[in-house]
Design a binder for this molecule. Structure first.
Ligand SMILES: Cc1ncc(COP(=O)(O)O)c(C=O)c1O
Length: 456
């Protein structure tokens, strides 16, 4: 039995329909090796990892420094409980994360470790809930969240989001209040011409989305536990990108009213947008901050929920005030060692300079997509590129879902050596930071060629 046959008989994959797999003509790539920006299948075919192992990988696969750190750690320890015990790597990582989150002038943060993006979110939901329950504001029981926000697939994470992926699970979700997302391309107040390269050059609105936010804060303020946001880029929505200034306005409005806001930087954290954190780009400091994916450079599952020290103070002062939450693999030492090694790579290899150079190149290369008549929008933040396909540019209308246009373009791109995954009809490139200029040109070229072939 081949691995592919075994897989098709015994494995259940996330967000993966069964039906195409039953087609004998459908080939499932069996990946057996990774190095730098490349993956190899068992037949020896090489691919670019165009989605950085579902947005986790930063420095490429098997970066020697991370490999050495994990090997070294295995010589010392595998795993140990974090219930009332600690270890040097967890302690150091928490301090480093606090410094990254606070920058030069921000507050001190305390870290609660967990395993994945969704677990970082669950912890934040429960921290905020317990904080208000035991600190005299039990009426604060509502969360505010942006349209099409996504924070992971566990029940709490689904509840504080508004994702199309979760409609089926509506009865399981506790209620939260949705508000308009500041996503310019599909904004009802967008006055820019559609399908034009210059459509995104500056907002042509009067910050209606900020007014919507302000009204919601005023209407629900006394009951609000917190506001959630994926700052700057809502990844799973289809790489919806927020205009410069929105986050600052959000921070100001929440601070004026004493309302907590939570930054989900599971996707945007650790250089993806060209800075350590998306929040840094607008000089704001959230009350809580969720990190995962790139935290270990994509090597191990590890997540962190950072809270301002004032919030942590709400859990001190007695045994019955402890946070009632935990996971078996909290602060796994191998994960922590990988995370520390990843941070060291940032310091030693001028990673931010490389991201800036590549982001500029990607911006130049991606202009070619505008030539295609079915491209409605080309948007980019750092090393995140999104190309949104539409049936008609003029009214930004989408293709019928059944046509699976985005999926088919990406399937075709695989033949040209690019592995990536669309979000609906939004084509996405999220390359590892270690790519060369030639790799980037190759990835964009493969996607463009696949697009013209699929939609001539
Ligand atoms: C912004 C954001 N938050 C949370 C998650 C959930 O992370 P995980 O898949 O590690 O649970 C994701 C995953 O894509 C994400 O993009």
């Amino acid at each position: 039995m081949t691995s592919e046959e075994r897989d098709k008989d015994f494995v259940w994959h996330p967000f993966t329909p069964d039906q195409p797999w039953r087609d004998p003509a459908h080939r499932l790539p069996v990946i057996v090796r990774g190095e730098g920006p490349y993956l190899w299948d068992e037949e020896g075919k090489r691919y670019w990892d165009g989605n950085s192992a579902i947005w986790t990988n930063l420095h490429g696969h098997r970066h020697p420094r991370l490999v050495a750190a994990v090997r070294d750690q295995l010589e010392r320890i595998d795993h140990v409980s974090f219930l009332g015990l600690t270890h040097p790597w967890g302690a150091e990582l928490a301090e480093r994360l606090s410094r990254i989150a606070a920058g030069e002038s921000g507050p001190r943060y305390r870290t609660f470790f967990s395993d994945d993006g969704a677990t970082a979110i669950e912890a934040a939901v429960k921290i905020v809930w317990q904080f208000f329950q035991q600190n005299g504001q039990p009426q604060r029981d509502l969360f505010l969240c942006l349209a099409e926000s996504y924070h992971g697939d566990t029940v709490g994470a689904m509840s504080v989001a508004q994702s199309r992926f979760h409609r089926l699970f509506e009865p399981l979700r506790f209620p939260s209040v949705p508000i308009q997302a500041p996503a310019c391309y599909r904004c009802p107040f967008n006055r820019a011409a559609a399908g034009r390269k210059d459509a995104r050059q500056g907002r042509r609105c009067s910050w209606e989305c900020v007014r919507v936010l302000e009204e919601a804060l005023d209407r629900h303020g006394h009951r609000l536990a917190a506001l959630w946001i994926e700052p700057k880029v809502q990844a799973a929505a289809g790489m919806w990108m927020h205009p410069e200034g929105y986050l600052r306005e959000l921070d100001r409005l929440c601070r004026e009213r004493g309302i907590f806001w939570i930054a989900d930087e599971v996707f945007t954290g650790f250089g993806r947008l060209g800075s350590w954190l998306a929040c840094e780009r607008e000089g704001v400091f959230p009350d809580l901050l969720c990190l995962a994916k790139g935290l270990t450079g994509g090597m191990m599952p590890l997540a962190a929920t950072l809270v301002r020290e004032e919030i942590y103070a709400g859990f001190t002062g007695g045994k019955n005030r402890a946070f009632l939450h935990g996971h078996s693999y909290t602060a796994n030492p191998i994960g922590c060692a990988a995370a520390l090694a990843s941070l060291a790579v940032f310091e030693e290899e001028e990673v931010f300079e490389r991201i800036a150079r590549h982001a500029e190149l990607l911006s130049t290369l991606s202009q070619r997509f505008w030539r295609h008549p079915r491209v409605g929008d080309v948007r980019q933040e750092g090393l995140v590129l999104a190309v949104e396909l539409v049936e008609r540019q003029a009214d930004r209308s989408s293709f019928p879902k059944e046509r699976e246009v985005g999926f088919r373009v990406c399937e075709r791109a695989r033949a040209y050596g690019l592995l990536t995954r669309p979000i609906g009809d939004v084509l996405v490139l999220v390359p590892p930071f270690c790519v060369s200029a030639d790799d980037l040109a190759g990835m964009v070229g493969a996607l463009e060629r696949a697009l013209w072939e699929e939609l001539p």
